[in-house]
Design a protein around this ligand. Structure first.
Ligand SMILES: [Zn+2]
Length: 170
């Protein structure tokens, strides 16, 4: 189980909505399974598109059927390395652990894509949260552990501010 304050839950959904139809991405910091801080990280898929273009490494779009730079900007995220580094340094300064990553799926379900599972190989120690906006009226935020290609969904417990004090004592 991962614990998320309602304000942070709302912030992730708001970030996803703001970036749509592009994917949003960010980092989660806290202690153990409790998120205490959300870091939005700019999605630099556009810059990554240039990088891949130079090397002829475009993936094929699974949802859009696109092939080329549009695939990367529409169906992928690439965290800005500098913002990512600054966020990690800030966590360290605040005595927080990096416990999760999040990104959005503007048009597909809140399940890790094949690419998400491949990328998670570098992040097996953290939770992976995905916010789907496939049904715009009902955003679907889900959490996973992804270890050695094995995906396990982890329940999210939303903590309302009123009960955050008692939850902290547990
Ligand atoms: Zn994804």
């Amino acid at each position: 189980m991962i614990e998320l304050r309602r304000a942070d839950y709302e912030a992730i959904i708001a970030h996803a909505r703001r970036e749509a139809p592009r994917e949003c991405c960010g980092l989660l910091a806290g202690h153990g399974s409790r998120v205490e801080r959300v870091y939005e990280v700019p999605n630099r898929a556009d810059a990554a598109a240039e990088f891949f273009a130079e090397r002829g490494l475009y993936p094929e779009g699974k949802i859009s059927g696109l092939r080329g730079p549009e695939v990367l900007t529409a169906e992928r995220f690439f965290m800005d390395p500098e913002a990512q580094f600054r966020a990690l340094r800030d966590m360290e300064a605040r005595g927080l652990e990096h416990i999760g990553n999040y990104h959005s799926h503007p048009a597909s379900p809140a399940r890790p894509s094949r690419t998400d599972i491949e990328l998670a190989a570098y992040w097996s120690h953290v939770y992976h949260l995905i916010c789907s906006l496939a049904d715009p009226e009902h955003p679907d935020l889900r959490a996973y552990r992804i270890v050695n290609g094995q995906v396990t969904e982890v329940p999210i417990r939303i903590i309302d501010e009123a009960e955050s004090g008692s939850a902290a004592e547990r």
